[in-house]
Design a protein around this ligand. Structure first.
Ligand code: AMP
Length: 394
């Protein structure tokens, strides 16, 4: 159901848009490339937070758990969002992955739930991978506390999810399709959730979930704390936003944060064969230590992975034709360094949180400038330098 929904609403339109956008994307990349480094680098290296974690009005246990995760200082979005959320304010966070946005909402919500265990939180996000990562973070932050949660995503056993929901967890983390199903079948009572997070809202809209989101908003309690995160606010997302938050604090982590320490290169090739040859040559270089390659279609991604594998490269692919456990295995192997090269589609790359990616390669052009920013945000994280290489077929 989830898949049909996505294909029918999204694919055709996206392809047309892609053709129109190709030259715009290339010009945008040329533009960032030509900027002097200083003008795209922000002050994130020099960013001095107003708060340390110890200054926040949160429990000692939570502070200890943060310390055990080796977070030294709040990131910019955490510095601003945590005190506002603790004050009960609604938030609009304009931020990409890699900015620490997940902890920015989890830390204050865990505190809220710990103080008042009758509080319930629902976190709605676009992909299973992002749900798992959010759950992992929650695990670290709630160590030694009675806070409970469950993950409700498509492709996983619904009976188990129903049983878990019956236990009344403090946090429910899920993807729109499955949450909608559970709600319509009467297993998830949205009225119980006085705290709601919409994470990566732009991506959910891209994936065709706008109607589901409208349903959630209509069925959640009017009196609630609403936290909204999105890397971009195109018009449809803006429309959701209007009905979702009230008197919000807006925190924008500038786009340039994600690109300040990344080198951008365009690689012109004449045809497909030349492109593949160039890619193979590049991948033989030692400095391409950990590489994430983006392709446009699931078939293309699998084909490229097979071809590289035949050439002796250590690769793995993640895309929508693989099931959850196959994708997780590839992701784990990539994280652990057992495979050096991972190839992914845009949708499946959401929420990939892997440190130390040295190079992002856009084997196929991204569909829009926003997608470019999302893709390249996977490298150059945690102040390390990264390289984004983009193939352009002439
Ligand atoms: P996110 O933007 O939520 O996807 O987080 C990106 C990565 O940064 C995750 O691996 C987090 O565990 C990590 N992270 C988040 N906040 C901090 C912090 N204050 N210090 C160090 N790492 C952090």
């Amino acid at each position: 159901m989830y898949k049909r929904h996505y294909h029918s609403r999204n694919n055709r339109g996206a392809n047309n848009k892609r053709i129109n956008n190709a030259s715009q994307v290339v010009s945008a990349i040329r533009a960032i490339k030509s900027l002097p480094k200083e003008s795209i680098s922000d002050d994130s290296d020099k960013f001095i937070p107003l708060n340390e974690f110890k200054d926040f009005a949160i429990s000692d246990r939570l502070k200890l758990n943060i310390q055990n995760k080796r977070y030294e200082l709040p990131t910019p979005i955490q510095d601003k969002a945590i005190p506002s959320i603790l004050d009960g304010r609604d938030i609009i966070g304009i931020a990409n992955t890699g900015t620490g946005k997940t902890a920015a909402f989890l830390i204050p919500l865990i505190e809220k739930v710990s103080r008042d265990p009758s509080q319930k939180v629902i976190i709605i996000l676009p992909t299973r991978e992002l749900a798992d990562q959010t759950s992992d973070e929650l695990y670290g932050f709630t160590y030694g506390t009675p806070v409970s949660w469950t993950v409700c995503v498509g492709g996983k056993n619904m009976v188990k999810q129903i049983n878990d929901l019956e236990k009344g967890p403090n946090f429910v983390i899920g993807t729109p399709g499955r949450l909608l199903d559970l709600s319509k079948k009467g297993f998830l009572n949205l009225r119980e959730f006085g705290n709601v997070v919409l994470d990566e809202a732009d991506r959910m809209v891209d994936m065709g979930f706008i109607r589901d989101i409208r349903y959630f908003i209509a069925n959640l309690p009017k009196d609630r704390q609403s936290l909204f995160f999105s890397a971009t606010i195109p018009p449809k997302v803006g429309e959701i936003l209007k009905n979702f938050v009230s008197d919000p604090v807006t925190i924008s982590v500038k786009k340039s944060d994600a690109i300040s320490n990344i080198d951008h290169e365009l690689i012109n090739v004449n045809n497909k064969a030349a492109k593949f040859k160039k890619l193979s040559d590049l991948l033989r270089r030692d400095e391409l230590e950990k590489v994430l390659i983006f392709g446009r279609t699931k078939w293309g991604v699998q084909k490229l992975s097979n071809e590289l594998y035949k050439k002796g490269f250590n690769t793995g692919a993640i895309h929508g034709n693989k099931n959850q456990s196959q994708r997780q295995r590839v992701l784990d192997d990539f994280k652990a360094g057992r495979i050096r090269i991972m190839i992914a589609t845009d949708v499946l790359s959401r929420g990939i949180d892997v440190d130390d990616i040295s190079h992002v390669i856009n084997y196929d052009l991204p569909g829009s400038y926003e997608d470019y920013i999302h893709r390249i945000g996977r490298t150059g994280r945690a102040k390390k330098n990264g390289v984004a290489l983009t193939f352009v077929e002439n």
